[in-house]
Design a binder for this molecule. Structure first.
Ligand code: 5GP
Length: 112
């Protein structure tokens, strides 16, 4: 199912894009929960992490490496948190796989 994130990839909806490569795109969250709050998404449409398969193994690794690169690029490479909400009960509202990159304030544990 196509979501608004696909429209951001297609530049049909504006976003504050901070990183792009051939497989993924990162842009600032419209409702930031930390001074740095970026969403990193694959260009391939995968609704939820749980829908990824072994065929996506390389892409998932690419996303993790890109997350570190984005964090370093934004100056928060030494202290950031990645969050993936999988499913509505876990807080997922947009059904296009995305990694939240959060940084810039103390990040407590457990996250709640
Ligand atoms: P989820 O709740 O699915 O894990 O995360 C979805 C995120 O997308 C939320 O943090 C929400 O603020 C963000 N979001 C929703 N709509 C837009 C939008 O149009 N633009 C941007 N940049 N972020 C959005």
């Amino acid at each position: 199912m196509t979501t608004l994130f696909s429209k951001i990839i297609a530049r049909e909806i504006p976003a504050d894009i901070v990183y792009e490569d051939e497989r993924c795109l990162a842009f600032r969250d419209i409702n930031p929960q930390a001074p740095t709050h970026v969403l990193l998404i694959p260009k391939q449409e995968i609704a939820r992490l749980a829908d990824a398969s072994t065929a996506d193994q390389d892409l998932l690794g690419h996303l993790l490496l890109a997350a570190g690169r984005v964090a370093r690029q934004l100056g928060v490479g030494d202290a950031f948190r990645l969050v993936v909400n999988n499913g509505a009960d876990a807080g997922q509202t947009v059904f296009h796989l995305h990694l939240h990159i959060l940084a810039g304030r103390p990040l407590h544990w457990p996250p709640g």
